[in-house]
Write a protein that binds this ligand. Structure first.
Ligand SMILES: Nc1ncnc2c1ncn2[C@@H]1O[C@H](COP(=O)(O)OP(=O)(O)OP(=O)(O)O)[C@@H](O)[C@H]1O
Length: 379
């Protein structure tokens, strides 16, 4: 295998401590005929270099819309209404690399100089020119989905699709791109990649298609891989293989991962940190072990009670989270979880949104139960 052919970062990170993604106050809405769906509300998140952040929560809590908002891929009529999506500014272009248009360059320069609240060396994708966003999407931040056919076309061989992804962002000849595609397919565990490169997606099993999609996502050596329920559609054995693959590729490519999952077991296997979402908001986030050992938000506690634990007495019944996620048009006032919460305080939890309480170790929880413990609650 020719290692020189594999994707490499185009630049050293300007600052190793700089996150690969920082969301601030992100709000994404769907304005529909019958009402407004606040799919993502005031989300603050950060992913460090090489870190895996799992975003968990029940169906409809806004995980996918949040992830898609990062890359400007929200389905219409969804729209980012507020907030910033900070990513490291692209490195200076290399000779021969596809150039940005005049408007995008002007915009880049304007942002680099003018935005007073911009973290140093970062740009806001939420307001960047579409051309700049396209330059980041696929190359620096890549996304894989639950259903590979979301990204793979039935009409083209997997090889041609990976080659196109490579040549869109990098100045390689078709032969070089093909060689890289073969290397990548081998890396993700596809046997006989020299032959399989010419297969159409429908000629591959579900697990192999998922591997091919991961190969395509890795084709330009992204800094951040967003994986939206990447194993949900797969059988348990293939699921385990894909998770193992993601872990080994993360080490090899030194990339960060945002893993969207409703499966706390999957989060436990892969994540360094976990963010728990409920009705569009992050209600708790912190380091994996801490969050699993000492969940603070009543929603996190309820989620964890609903999953089996190794060694737990077989006679102990698992308790599903009480009630159901409310209809998006009928969001409860105050804390959106109050009508399902065992610790509900009438007159308090149903009046104002709870503040974010941050502890010394950076653990955050949005719940009034912890308000007295801390003087540094905000919002
Ligand atoms: N295209 C759309 N049009 C209207 N509403 C949408 C659209 N896509 C998502 N939503 C709404 O946005 C909210 C968040 O959905 P989202 O798909 O992000 O949830 P999720 O946590 O990822 O759940 P799942 O795992 O089921 O995808 C939901 O209320 C959903 O109905």
């Amino acid at each position: 295998m020719d290692y020189a052919m594999l994707p490499t970062r185009t630049s050293e990170p300007p600052n190793a401590a700089q996150p690969v993604l920082r969301l601030r106050g992100l709000r994404t809405q769907f304005q529909l005929e019958d009402g407004v769906v606040n799919a993502v509300e005031e989300v603050d998140l950060e992913i460090g270099r090489g870190e895996t952040l799992a975003v968990v929560g029940e169906s409809g809590c806004g995980k996918s819309v949040m992830a898609r908002s990062v890359l400007g891929l929200v389905d219409r009529p969804g729209k980012i209404m507020a907030g910033q999506v900070w990513v490291p500014a692209p490195p200076p272009r290399e000779p021969g690399e596809r150039r940005l248009g005049f408007r995008a360059r002007r915009e880049e320069a304007r942002r680099a100089k003018v935005l007073p609240d911009a973290p140093p060396g970062m740009i806001d994708l939420a307001t960047a020119e579409p051309e700049l966003v396209r330059g980041v999407r696929g190359k620096r931040i890549a996304m894989v989905f639950q259903e590979p056919m979301t990204s793979l076309s039935m009409m083209h061989t997997i090889g041609n699709q990976i080659i196109e992804a490579i040549t869109l962002h990098e100045n390689l000849t078709k032969d070089q791109a093909r060689q890289r595609a073969i290397d990548l397919l081998g890396r993700v565990g596809i046997p006989s990649p020299e032959q399989r490169i010419d297969a159409y997606p429908f000629q591959l099993s579900g697990g192999m298609r998922q591997r091919a999609m991961i190969a395509m996502a890795l084709s330009c050596g992204p800094e951040l891989l967003i994986a939206d329920e990447p194993t949900t559609a797969l059988d348990v054995t293939t699921q385990a293989q894909i998770l193992e693959l993601l872990t080994s590729l993360q080490d090899e490519f030194e990339m960060s991962i945002m893993l969207i999952t409703h499966d706390l077991g999957v989060a436990a296997q892969l994540a360094d940190r976990v963010a728990v979402m409920y009705l569009g908001r992050v209600v708790e986030q912190g380091e994996l072990r801490r969050l699993f050992a000492e969940p603070r938000h009543p929603y996190t506690q309820a989620l964890l009670r609903s999953v089996p634990k190794l060694g737990r007495d077989r006679n102990v019944r698992l308790a599903p989270v009480r009630g159901i996620v409310p209809h998006p048009y009928h969001r409860p006032s105050g804390c959106p979880f109050h009508d399902r919460c065992d610790s509900f305080i009438p007159g308090r939890c149903d009046t104002a949104p709870p503040p974010v309480i941050t502890t010394d170790d950076g653990h955050q929880v949005r719940c009034v139960l912890y308000q007295e413990d801390s003087d540094d609650g905000h919002r």
